[in-house]
Ligand binder design. Structure first.
Ligand code: CP
Length: 361
């Protein structure tokens, strides 16, 4: 059983495959309209959400499946004291896959141990938000073509910003990424992220308080909200909430092909005048989240995507006749002769029935 709790649960190859599938879904939605017929997604949201919950629900509907769930803890039996473990066990009886958001860090991991069905972390406290990272990665891939050699500025609440932690973990797999970590002193990236992710992966990073100073070197600028709900002291939130406000004048020194991302919701850290700038990619990023969640649901339910099916059938040819006298095709006259490319380097084709090599003429 596969779950998505941490973005590192997916290999780079799996991330690439999810992005290929998401792009194919975006271009050919009709091919996917029935892939999840008869399947149910449970959205268990113990914390508020607009994008993540509704894009998961839209994703499942667009795959032909159904959705059940709740959008706040108060409307579930957790309000009566039911544990996450018991909730997950029960939902495992009703649904095929779970997307869970919870204020406690590690809650989706606990659910994955009890549910008996795939569990997706849709955000756990200030910890991780791997499906937001899927949306971020697809947007970067579409805008930049690749991930290597990028200078990525992460700006705002880097301490409690779970999207930032997951994105850093994902980028740590690529080559020569430079991170520019822009935050007030109080909201710096937690030490464990630096010690366990950035340093062991030899990522280059600098920490700064100044967005203006960093602007000219950035390929990606990832703005984040200062999150009121994560502060214990209201006064500290009030003091820090307007630390960064991106507007058009601050973009004067930015690259022409800068890609501005934000997981959203924003409060006022990106002025609305930036929305019309061609470098603003955050609404497209939210749309890409739906396609990546569709690709993820297919993967975790082990439903072949169209790109996987195509890639197999593309390598099969029916123009070769099997010469093996012991092959079933020698006696079953109706069977089509079919050969599969098994080694692209030596151009070797093998019969799909008996595995005999095709004879080179
Ligand atoms: N980006 C994100 O997680 O948005 P929501 O809180 O609206 O789901």
């Amino acid at each position: 059983m596969k779950h998505l709790i941490d973005i590192r649960d997916l290999s780079v190859e799996e991330l690439n495959s999810l992005m290929d599938t998401a792009i194919d879904i975006k271009n050919n939605p009709h091919k996917y309209a029935d892939k999840c017929r008869g399947k149910k997604l449970a959205t268990l949201f113990f914390e508020p959400s607009t994008r993540t919950r509704l894009s998961f629900e839209a994703a499942m509907y667009e795959l032909g499946g159904n959705v059940l769930g709740f959008s706040e803890a108060a409307s579930s039996s957790s309000a009566k004291g039911e544990s996450v473990s018991d909730t997950a066990r029960i939902i495992g009886c009703y649904a095929d896959i779970i997307a869970m958001r919870h204020p406690k860090e590690g809650a989706p991991l606990v659910a994955s141990m009890k549910a008996g069905i795939p569990v997706i972390n849709a955000g756990d406290g200030g910890h991780n938000h791997p499906t937001q990272t899927l949306a971020d990665l697809l947007t970067i891939k579409i805008k930049k073509g690749d991930f290597d050699n990028l200078t990525v500025g992460l700006c705002g609440d880097l301490k409690y910003g779970r999207t930032v932690h997951s994105l850093i973990a994902a980028l740590s797999r690529y080559s020569n990424i430079k991170l520019v970590l822009i935050s007030p002193e109080e909201l710096k990236v937690p030490w464990y992220v630096i010690k366990d992710v950035i340093v062991p992966n030899n990522m280059t990073y600098v920490e700064t308080k100044s967005l203006e100073d960093a602007m000219s070197e950035l390929d990606i600028l990832y703005m984040t909200r200062i999150q009121r709900e994560r502060f214990e002291e209201k006064e500290e939130y009030e003091r820090l909430k307007d630390s960064y406000v991106l507007n058009l004048s601050k973009l004067k020194n930015a690259k022409d092909d800068l890609c501005i991302l934000h997981p959203l919701p924003r409060v006022n850290e990106i002025s609305v005048d930036v929305d019309l700038d061609k470098r603003a990619c955050y609404f497209e990023q939210a749309l890409n989240g739906k396609y990546m969640r569709m690709a993820l649901i297919l993967k975790l339910l082990d439903i072949k995507s169209q790109t996987e099916e195509t890639s197999v059938s593309e390598k099969i040819v029916d123009s070769i006749v099997c010469q093996n006298p012991r092959c079933i095709t020698s006696i079953e006259q109706e069977l089509p002769h079919r050969f599969k490319l098994t080694d692209a380097v030596s151009n070797t084709y093998r019969c799909i029935y008996c595995e005999a090599k095709a004879k080179n003429d």
